[in-house]
Write a protein that binds this ligand. Structure first.
Ligand code: SF4
Length: 339
C-alpha cells in the first residue's frame, strides 16, 4: 500500500524520502509543494528530476479526497462541499464567509458515535476516523476550488474530534507548521460534546486553540436526554475538566447552547446556566436548533429573552447567526450523504 504523504510531519517525510533514495533536503521542497503550493500531482514539482518524481508517484499517494457535490446557499453564499474519500466514504465541509474573513467547518470522522438527539451526523452510524491528510485535504481542496484564503477553522463538522484524538492533534500540528500552511492555532476552535478525559489530555498539550463545549443544558437530566455522552461524563465531571483546561491554557472556553422550545429555554434554565459557568468567565454561543430528518425538537422563540437573562447576569453571550440553512449546512445538519 502506498504511503499517505500529506499526513507526514516534516521529520517523518525526511525519513521516508531517504528510504526512496532521495536526499534529505528534498523533503523540505516536497513539504513546501504539498502544504504551501497545495500541489496534488508529483508531476508539477518542477524542481525535482523526472526520475525522482516517478519514484515518488510509485511510493506515495497524494490526493486524499475529491469534490463529489457542491451547494451554494442563496441566502448568504455559504458553500457546502460533499467530499468523497479514497475508500468511497463521504464527508462534508462548509465554507462560511464573514466580514472578517472566511471560516471553514471541517469534519474529523466519517459518521459519529455520539448520537446527540438534535444532530444528523450520527444518523448513518460511525464509519471511521479521518486521517490528518483528509482533514488538511478539506482545507486545501476548498481553498483551491474557491480561490479563497481561509482565515479560521472550526472542528465542528461531522464527528467528535476528541474521539479521533491522535489524528486531530497531528492535523493541528501540520496545519500550524511554520514551513507549511502556518495557521496560528489561535484561529482554530475545536468543538467537543464533552469527552472529559480527552479534554484533560488536550489541556496538557497547551496548543492555544479555543475549546468549544456543546453543553445545551445545565442539569444532568435534560443534558442526558439530548446527549448520551452525559451518562459517561456528567456535568460535574465536565466542569472539572473545563476548569482544568482554563487553568492550564489560560484560554477562555466557549459553551454552545442550542435553544429548544420547552426543554432548555426557560428563565430557570438560564439561571442554572449562569450559576454553572459564571466562575469560569466563559462565553455562551446561543444557537437555534436546526431541522433535521431525525430531529423532533423545535426551535425556541425565546432566544432574545434568554440572551438578555444571561447578559444581565454578567455572562458574555452571543446569538449565533444561522448560515446555509437552505442547503442543510447549518449546525447539526451535516450527514455526509449525497441526497
Ligand atoms: S453534535 Fe457532534 S458529537 Fe454529537 S452526534 Fe453530532 S457530530 Fe457527533
Amino acid at each position: 500500500m502506498k504511503t499517505d504523504i500529506l499526513s507526514l510531519t516534516p521529520e517523518e517525510l525526511q525519513d521516508e524520502i531517504t528510504v526512496t533514495g532521495g536526499q534529505k533536503f528534498r523533503a523540505e521542497q516536497i513539504f513546501n509543494w504539498l502544504h504551501v503550493k497545495k500541489t496534488t500531482n508529483f508531476s508539477e514539482m518542477s524542481n525535482l528530476s523526472e526520475q525522482f518524481r516517478q519514484k515518488l508517484t510509485a511510493y506515495f499517494c497524494i490526493k486524499p479526497l475529491i469534490i463529489r457535490k457542491k451547494l451554494v446557499s442563496e441566502y448568504d453564499y455559504t458553500v457546502k462541499y460533499l467530499y468523497g474519500l479514497n475508500d468511497g466514504e463521504n464527508i462534508e465541509t462548509v465554507l462560511m464567509k464573514y466580514r472578517h474573513g472566511a471560516s471553514l467547518c471541517i469534519s474529523t470522522q466519517a459518521g459519529c458515535k455520539m448520537n446527540c438527539a438534535f444532530c444528523a451526523s450520527g444518523a448513518y452510524g460511525f464509519k471511521r476516523n479521518l486521517k490528518p491528510s483528509e482533514m488538511l485535504g478539506q482545507l486545501y481542496e476548498t481553498e483551491r476550488d474557491s480561490g479563497i484564503d481561509v482565515k479560521s477553522i472550526v472542528l465542528m463538522g461531522i464527528g467528535e474530534p476528541l474521539d479521533n484524538f491522535g489524528n486531530t492533534v497531528k492535523f493541528l500540528r501540520l496545519l500550524s507548521d511554520k514551513s507549511g500552511r502556518n495557521m496560528s492555532l489561535r484561529h482554530v476552535s475545536l468543538s467537543t460534546c464533552g469527552l472529559s478525559d480527552r479534554i484533560d489530555e488536550l489541556a496538557k498539550l497547551k496548543l492555544g486553540l479555543t475549546l468549544s463545549v456543546s453543553l445545551h443544558a445545565a442539569d444532568d437530566k435534560t443534558r442526558s436526554r439530548l446527549m448520551p455522552v452525559n451518562d459517561v461524563f456528567n456535568i460535574d465531571r465536565l466542569m472539572a475538566s473545563c476548569r482544568n483546561y482554563f487553568k492550564e491554557t489560560g484560554r477562555r472556553i466557549s459553551f454552545e447552547y442550542a435553544l429548544i422550545k420547552g426543554l432548555n429555554d426557560s428563565f430557570e434554565a438560564a439561571d442554572r446556566l449562569v450559576k454553572l459557568i459564571k466562575p469560569l468567565g466563559a462565553h455562551v454561543n446561543l444557537i437555534t436548533v436546526n431541522p433535521t430528518l431525525k430531529n423532533t425538537h423545535h426551535a425556541s422563540g425565546n432566544a432574545k429573552v434568554f440572551y438578555e437573562r444571561l447578559t444581565s447576569s454578567g455572562i458574555n453571550a452571543t446569538i449565533r447567526r444561522t448560515l446555509g440553512a437552505d442547503i442543510n449546512a447549518a449546525c447539526g445538519q451535516l450527514r455526509g450523504q449525497e441526497n
